[in-house]
Ligand binder design. Sequence first.
Ligand SMILES: [Ca+2]
Length: 478
Amino acid sequence: MAANSLKHRITIYSALLLALSATLRATDARIPKPNIVVFLADDMNWNYPGFNGGQCETPNLDRLAKEGTRLTRFYVHSVCSPTRAALLAARYPFRNGMEERSHGNDTAGMLPDERTLAQALKQTGYDTALIGKWHLGNWYQRQLPLQRGFDHHYGLYGALISYNGKTRGLWYDWHRDGETIREDGYTTDLFAREFERLMAARTSGRPFFYYVAFNAMHAPFDAPPKLVDKYRKLAAAAPGPGKNAPPQELATLESMDTAIGKMIAAMKAKGVLDNTLIVFFNDNGGTGENPPFRGGKGSTYEGGVRVPCIIHWPGHVPANKMVDGMAHVTDLYPTLLKLAGGSLEQPLPLDGMDMWDVFTGRKPSPRTEVVHNLPDGGRGEMGDMSICQGPWKLVGKELYDLSNDPGEKTDLATKHPDIYKKLYDRIQQLVAERRPPEKHLNIPDKPLLVFGEKENAHPPAWLQPYLDSLPESLKAKK
Ligand SMILES: [Ca+2]
């Protein structure tokens, strides 16, 4: 009897294993290992791009939106560094050390034991590159992109640089592969040129992960004068509500759209576009207001943390579709890594979830909770403590039902004290899981010329005369 039962079990297990391996083969056959390109905008307002009804001309983003799936409830963090850390580590900033924002002259960076998406994809056989803004530590060598999984980096380590001068105050911040370099030109255009160069030079045959993190449209603005003039004239010709976005900001965004168009064209010319998954999103809400949502950058109201996100891979991801299930920036890492055939096994547990079946419209989102900020997160600069579970969202002492009130106008905290308490208690539980950031110090202003401790120790001979020669208008504020 026992022998029969064992035999029966073995037969069942064998059948299950066969079915499982058939499913895996079918999955492998259905999904080729894609190239992955992430386009990350900086501080873009929800209502500016054309695909969201904005007045900025963004034909390339609009095409991505039309040919792809848009996530309409995609969350990030309310300022730059925490979102970038959540993207690359798939863990909330209160765990990965970047709840403390990377400021100008301090040594704050992502904790060194965080495994980045670039490291994980590299282990899976991908070529990796970061073109643009890093902002996860701008000083110690161990913090910089080449030490965090990128084969190649071109752009800035910090934030807030002038688009033409590449300076933040009198700190210079422009690099290629760990060297301080001098290049004339507008950052956004230079990123496109670098992408074109990399694409044309590709010979490896391995899949690639290119992370393109624009400084557009972060201040200080220095947009091409012709474009600024165009939007100034448009605003004058059609004034009124919703038509008064600053021309500098719209011109900056249109420049970014043009750069994205050039990069897509470069992939098409190389014959790799069809097998490339493109993700576009924005790192935090735009400054000021982001209608129809409340608030903007630095706030945990929807306008600060809910951003446009497009998933584009024709033939694999539905075209012209909206997905309204909840998703968070940490979900990209496990989703992309799994698609790439990589392993999610790692010492630090992930907050992100595999969302491929959500992006492809096969299943509703499994995500039931997003943490926006813990009490006093990031020295209070990330907005009020906030968490959402399903339609309910706690922001500071307020409670909103986003299913009826996405604009967060009616505070229901006194009407539903039980729900408020449940969310509040959950936040307190998470406070106990907080991991302290790396101890960081202020870097002395002098003799600081360039970000990157090693590069600053041996600055190039042209640097000081170059900085001295810059007009005040090209020196961004510290
Ligand atoms: Ca930002």
